[in-house]
Design a protein around this ligand. Structure first.
Ligand code: NDP
Ligand code: 8X3
Length: 254
C-alpha cells in the first residue's frame, strides 16, 4: 500500500515540486492551498502521470476553525499520514520595523507560525496513533539570520526552527522524525507575493545569479525521507552557490 503525505501550500513553488517528487516516489498525497483550481489541476495531472491518488483540501491555513474541521473531516482511509510537510508560508513586505504594515505582520505570523501549529496539532496525534511519522518543516535562512527590513518574516522562521526543535523532543518517544529544511533563495512565487504582485521588483531579487529551484528543495526532501529508519536529518541549510548567507550574494556584472 502506498504511503500518504500531507503537503501544505502545494499549489505553487516548493510545495508543488515536493508533491511531484513524492508522487513519482509512490506516495498518495493530501494537498492543501487556497487556490482550488490549481489543486484540481494538480490532482488531475498527478493522477494521470504517476497513478497517484490525491485528496485536495481547499482552505486558508490562518482560519483555525476551518483548518481543524477540514483535517478532522479527512476520510478514514486518508488518516494514516506518514509524512507532513509544513510548507505553506510567505513573506509580506520588506520594511524597517517602524514603518512595517501591521496587516503584513499578522498575515506572516498567522500563516507561518499559527497555521503550522494548527495543522501539526491535528496531524501529530494521527501519527502517534499509527506508531510512526515524519514531520518536515520548511524553515529558511531567515531562521538562522536576521536581515534589514525583514525582522517579522525572520522572527516567524526563527519560531519555525524553535518549534521544530520542540516537536522533535516531544515526539521522540512516538517514533516520529522531525526535520527542518532551511533554504536560501528559491525561485518561486515567493518574491512576487512579498512585493504584492510587483514582478519587476521580484525578478531583481534573482538578477545576475542562479537561485535554487523548487525541484532542488524537493530532491533534498526526498533524500531526507529516504534515509533508513534509524537516521534522521535534524536540520538542513541549503543555499544557492552564489549566496553565502542571508545578505551576501555574488552576482554577474556587479
Ligand atoms: P510560493 O508563494 O510559491 O508558495 C507558497 C505556498 O503557500 C502556496 O502554495 C500558497 O498557496 C501557500 N499559502 C500561502 N498562504 C497560505 C494560506 N494563508 N493558507 C493556505 N496556504 C497558503 O512560495 P515558496 O514555494 O517559495 O514558499 C514555500 C515555503 O518556503 C514558505 O514557507 C516560505 O517561507 C519558504 N521559503 C521560501 C524561500 C524562497 O526563497 N522561495 C526560501 C526559504 C523558505 P495558495 O496561494 O494557493 O493558498
Ligand atoms: C526566504 C529567503 O532570504 O528572502 O525565506 O528570507 S529570504
Amino acid at each position: 500500500m502506498k504511503k500518504i503525505a500531507l503537503i501544505t501550500g502545494a499549489t505553487s513553488g516548493i510545495g508543488k515540486a515536493i508533491a511531484e517528487t513524492l508522487a513519482q516516489n509512490a506516495y498518495n498525497l493530501i494537498l492543501t492551498g487556497r487556490r482550488k483550481e490549481l489543486l484540481d489541476s494538480m490532482k488531475e495531472e498527478l493522477g494521470v502521470k504517476f497513478k497517484c491518488d490525491v485528496l485536495t483540501l481547499n482552505f486558508d491555513i490562518r482560519n483555525r476553525e476551518r483548518t481543524e474541521a477540514i483535517i478532522d473531516g479527512v476520510p478514514e482511509q486518508w488518516k494514516k499520514i506518514s509524512v507532513l510537510v509544513n510548507n505553506a508560508g510567505l513573506a509580506a513586505g520588506l520594511h524597517p520595523i517602524h514603518e512595517g504594515l501591521v496587516d503584513d505582520w499578522e498575515q506572516m505570523i498567522d500563516t507561518n507560525v499559527k497555521g503550522l501549529l494548527y495543522i501539526t496539532r491535528k496531524v501529530a496525534p494521527l501519527m502517534i496513533a499509527a506508531g510512526s511519522g515524519h514531520i518536515i518543516n520548511i524553515s529558511s535562512i531567515a531562521a538562522k539570520e536576521v536581515y534589514e527590513n525583514g525582522s517579522v518574516y525572520c522572527a516567524t522562521k526563527h519560531a519555525v526552527d524553535a518549534l521544530t526543535k520542540g516537536m522533535r523532543i516531544d515526539l521522540l518517544k512516538y517514533n516520529i522524525k522531525v526535520t527542518s529544511i532551511a533554504p536560501g533563495m528559491v525561485d518561486t512565487e515567493f518574491s512576487t507575493v512579498r512585493f504584492k504582485g510587483d514582478k519587476t521588483r521580484a525578478d531583481k531579487v534573482y538578477e545576475g545569479l542562479v537561485p535554487l529551484s523548487a525541484a532542488d528543495i524537493a530532491e533534498t526532501i526526498w533524500f531526507v525521507l529516504s534515509r533508513p529508519a534509524h537516521v534522521n536529518i535534524n536540520d538542513l541549510l541549503i543555499m544557492p552557490t552564489a549566496q553565502a548567507n542571508a545578505t551576501v550574494t555574488h552576482r554577474e556584472n556587479q
